[in-house]
Design a protein around this ligand. Structure first.
Ligand code: NDP
Length: 443
């Protein structure tokens, strides 16, 4: 059979780009198909612009706190248009970097929407491309529950491009995106209400973290409404109204952050690969679908929907197919951060999961006021929690809510990956004065 390419990658997000570049480096003839901007969700409508907005949202509080250190910033003002336009410029720059990386790696970039014609042939804008192996790395899109008036709500895609910031916003959902955007909007001066259906935010995270972050967000001025499910959204001449079972809340913007779903519609995959009911593609531990030569990675496989995971998976697929390797993901430890303020950083098991899997565990925990806040006037608290297996002393989980928790957890994840015990942490000298030192001085 004659092929145009050895490897055809559908989707130039973080995972697809990594797979393409590594495969090309191994000598494969590679093409990547993208219907939108290079870089995918993370670069264009996710991690990167979100983090830039998160930085922006901190300046107001920081300038207020600076007074305790002797600084006066009179009448600080915020201009949304400046932030949004500067962010757009930076994203354009990143799109170009992605393009250059692909071109330098001799990957062919095909712009347009892909559709399978047969198991080895994909059509893009009336052109057919035949490939020996195909990788589906099409990512995911925001899911919005089907309720009357749902089109009046925005999702994270539009949140990055708003013409103006609203005075009031209701964010629906209690996951990563809801919590992150609640602190972004709140920090930028929007009167923000976070509405979620569970008792606590961030289902799946350690219970102490979930309780703690709720308290900290409220201290910052975010209103929390637990046990609330939206039933309908209405529009009047002046405002939006969200109806719940026993009440109606008025607002200027409704933001649905109610999870994501795999991007498989339009690919004509149905006869090709097996999917779950939610549309995500089923893969084995080498990311192979039910069709031997078709692989899938990242969000389209149903998650965890995290960029570093998609990148690692893409790299593995390329190594296995084109460098004769037999790799699988080495680790089941997935460090992660929620970039709210204060940050949440976590790696390993929650206390609840650790107890389920290991029976007896030891829990070390501290909450304290960071040194900075002795002068800043802020009543923000930091939480650190460490969970060990009672039998072996091995650390099973680390959790932090506090400044730079994402940065701190990234380093500690290496120790967990190496199987660190509590004794290893005890033998580690502290860096003083830091927040992170608390992890090696917990008793
Ligand atoms: P999440 O899955 O994290 O959270 C979805 C939220 O929506 C949950 O609180 C869920 O409630 C709620 N929900 C779902 N359906 C409904 C419904 N019908 N009515 C009311 N509430 C509903 O999704 P996100 O959209 O926040 O983010 C998607 C994924 O993207 C994340 O899971 C994460 O993997 C990734 N991401 C990672 C980030 C990071 O690494 N910092 C940042 C942003 C996103 P319940 O818990 O009750 O099911």
């Amino acid at each position: 059979m004659k092929f145009d390419f050895d490897f055809l990658v559908i989707g130039a997000g973080s995972g697809g780009v990594r797979a393409s570049r590594i495969a090309a480096k191994h000598g494969a003839r590679v093409a990547v198909i993208e219907k939108s901007d290079l870089g995918g969700t993370c670069v264009n409508l996710g991690c990167v612009p979100k983090k830039l907005f998160a930085y922006a949202s901190q300046y107001h509080e920081t300038s207020a706190q600076a007074q305790g250190f002797g600084w006066q910033f009179d009448n600080p003002r915020f201009d949304w248009t400046v932030l949004r336009n500067n962010k757009d410029k930076e994203i354009k720059r990143l799109n170009q970097i992605y393009e250059k990386l692909l071109i330098d790696a001799q990957v062919t970039i095909i712009h347009g929407a892909a559709e399978f014609v047969d198991p080895h042939t994909v059509r893009v804008e009336n052109e057919n491309y035949r490939a020996k192996y195909i990788l589906i790395a099409t990512g995911s899109h925001s899911f919005v529950p089907d309720l009357p008036g749902k089109d009046l709500a925005i999702t994270s895609d539009l949140a990055f491009h708003l013409d103006a910031l609203p005075h009031r916003a209701i964010i629906i959902g209690g996951g990563y995106i809801a919590v992150e955007f609640a602190t972004i909007f709140n920090g930028l001066g929007v009167d923000t209400t976070l509405v979620y259906r569970d008792k606590l935010l961030l289902r799946g995270f350690d219970l102490t973290v979930r309780e703690f972050i709720g308290q900290e967000l409220q201290k910052k001025g975010i209103k929390l409404l637990s046990h609330h499910v939206p039933l309908a959204i209405d529009k009047t001449e002046t405002e939006l109204q969200v109806k719940f079972e026993n009440e109606t809340q008025a607002t200027d913007l409704v933001f649905m952050a109610t999870g994501r779903r795999a991007n498989t519609v339009g690919l004509n995959l149905e006869a090709m690969v097996k999917k779950r009911d939610d549309g995500s593609i089923i893969v084995n531990d080498r990311y192979q679908t039910s069709a031997d030569h078709i692989y899938a990675i990242g969000d389209v496989t149903g998650g965890p929907e995290l960029t570093p995971l998609a990148i690692a998976q893409g790299h593995i697929v390329a190594d296995n197919l084109f460098a004769g390797m037999n790799r699988r993901l080495q680790s089941t430890l997935i460090p992660t951060a929620v970039f709210c303020e204060p940050n949440i950083g976590t790696v390993g098991l929650s206390e609840e999961d650790a107890r389920k899997q290991y029976g007896e565990v030891n829990v070390y925990q501290t909450t304290f006021r960071a040194l900075k806040h002795t002068l800043s006037g802020s009543d923000e608290k930091t939480l650190m929690k460490l969970i060990t297996d009672k039998k072996t002393d091995k650390i099973l989980g680390l959790h932090m809510v506090g400044s730079d928790a994402g940065e701190i957890i990234q380093s500690l994840a290496v120790a967990l990956q190496m199987g660190a015990t509590k004794a290893d942490f005890d033998h580690t000298l502290a860096v003083h004065p830091t927040l992170a030192e608390e992890f090696v001085t917990l008793r």
